[in-house]
Design a protein around this ligand. Structure first.
Ligand code: HEC
Length: 164
């Protein structure tokens, strides 16, 4: 009896080991058919932010523009679900809060400097992408440049209303 059960268990286990990769591959193939996340749109640049210097802009391009501008660089793997979904969601939410390419409209500018200083932005996962990594000293340079360009955020000039 014992032996029989063990044999049965082994049989089931073997079947699971064979089937589960097949199921995973099929699932992976199926989610590629979901249309969300493949537009990869870059709307026209309407008004560039008033950068204090080309250097600040360059650092911001590397650290922020993929999610906060209309000049997003869509890597090849942003075509592959589920990464494509996450990327699309990041860009949509990021642009909505702050878009350096649409400076004519109201923006979430009051926390720009703070968000980088506190390490909240760019998001940690993003810093793992090799082309975006800015070194520690470049980060300080970026913070100083952002402060010169946008101030510390207390001006309230371009602040969005809470209920916007
Ligand atoms: C990988 C995408 C991504 C990158 C890169 C990125 N952000 Fe964001 N950012 C977001 C998303 C998504 C939101 C909105 C949701 C949230 O707050 O997490 C956001 C929100 C913000 C906000 C609104 C306030 C807040 O903290 O919610 C500010 C300000 C901001 N980002 C600044 C920056 C700056 C400056 C950089 C570059 C140093 C940057 N972000 C890089 C995705 C990104």
């Amino acid at each position: 009896m014992m032996i029989k059960t063990r044999l049965l268990n082994r049989k089931i286990l073997k079947r699971i080991l064979v089937i589960s990769p097949v199921v995973l591959v099929a699932l992976f193939a199926a989610i590629q058919l979901v249309p969300y996340g493949r537009d990869h749109d870059n709307p026209p640049v309407l008004a560039d932010a008033p950068w204090d210097s080309p250097r600040t802009r360059e650092l911001a391009v590397r650290a922020c523009f993929d999610c906060h501008s209309n000049e997003t660089h869509w890597p090849w793997y942003s075509n592959i679900a589920p990464i494509s979904w996450i990327t699309q969601d990041n860009v949509e939410e990021g642009r909505d809060e702050l878009n350096f390419s649409e400076w004519g409209r109201r923006q979430e500018t009051d926390e720009i400097v703070e968000s980088v200083e506190e390490g909240e932005m760019p998001p940690f996962e993003y810093t793992l992408r090799f082309w975006s990594s800015i070194s520690g000293s470049e980060k300080n340079e970026l913070i100083a440049g952002l402060r010169r360009t946008f101030g510390d955020g207390d001006s309230g000039e371009r602040e969005r209303d809470e209920d916007d």
